[in-house]
Write a protein that binds this ligand. Sequence first.
Ligand SMILES: *Cc1c(COP(=O)(O)O)cnc(C)c1O
Length: 354
Amino acid sequence: MVLNYEIKTEKVNKSRLPEVDFTNIPFGRVFTDHMLVSDYINGEWQETNIMPFQELRLSPATTVLHYGQEIFEGLKAYRDAEGNAYLFRPHENFRRFNISADRMVMPQIPKEIFMDGLRELVTLDRGWIPDTEGGSLYIRPFMIATDDYVGIRPSNNYKFIIFCCPVNAYYAEPIKVKIEQEYVRAAKGGIGEAKTGGNYAASLYAASRAQKDGYQQVLWTDAAEHKWIQESGTMNVFFVIGDKVITPNLDGGILQGVTRDSVLRLLRDNEYKIEERPISVDEVVEAYHAGELKEVFGAGTAAVIAYISAIGHLEDDMVLPPVEEWEVANWLQKTMRGIKNFTVPDKYGWMIKA
Ligand SMILES: *Cc1c(COP(=O)(O)O)cnc(C)c1O
């Protein structure tokens, strides 16, 4: 066991920062100068290294490449006027990472590696946080099974890595989603609640079919009946029906989003009527035909609040009113942005200095 979790840093000789045009960054394709790596070997976390961003060398037999034993996180850093880096609720990502690790039979990661490493890496690369409107640093911690072995069992060795991408606002335009009633993302007893690559591998087929039909995302329903709404892509979903804001309750099949939790907190503390409960496709369709479906939006780290302008159901689209009229989503968007750019007081202490 490494008792003092010292983090060793090897800096780049020459930063790539001057080559980057921050007004025009494709999402997830530009990486900062450094990354963090820590290996877990035979039951022990080894020393943690921050090093120049680089490729990995892996045996073709590496377990993760065959059986997908891996987990990940996604969170963002923002900068203040002085150029200091702040992380949005990083302890929640740390907590969820270890919950995912448990479900995927992977080792727990100590705070000293995840949190301290995250802070050090982001502080080192803080110059990469765009100062464009809605810009931020997207941070990707992940862990992979690295045994050099093609048998099926939990790996003995793992690699934990964090790297970062400067990003601009994600979905600028409202999106169209399609209610999926044929394919399934997660079933009861499955891994829907873990943030693991397999859930995404399982979703690609349905998502690509929806895209052919002109939708950006699938709106998942439950595996047993295709009746209950779950979530969409990388986001939890909210429906404004009449004067209520409704979101599916955490039933073990959907991801426990940090953004979802933040949205519920803001709504609850500002006298909105919220309901966390099962919500059926039928209820949404009926509300739509009754003129009661006012707003639908997704909540997730990448997009923060993503406006859903239309929902495809069977052969029809339910088209929502123009987003300019949306009270709840617009208020949330403004408030979340304000907290992150320090113009709205951070009452909850969500912004953590790196
Ligand atoms: C990450 C993720 C979310 C959103 O979680 P946040 O913590 O808000 O980013 C929602 N659904 C799925 C499937 C996810 O992987």
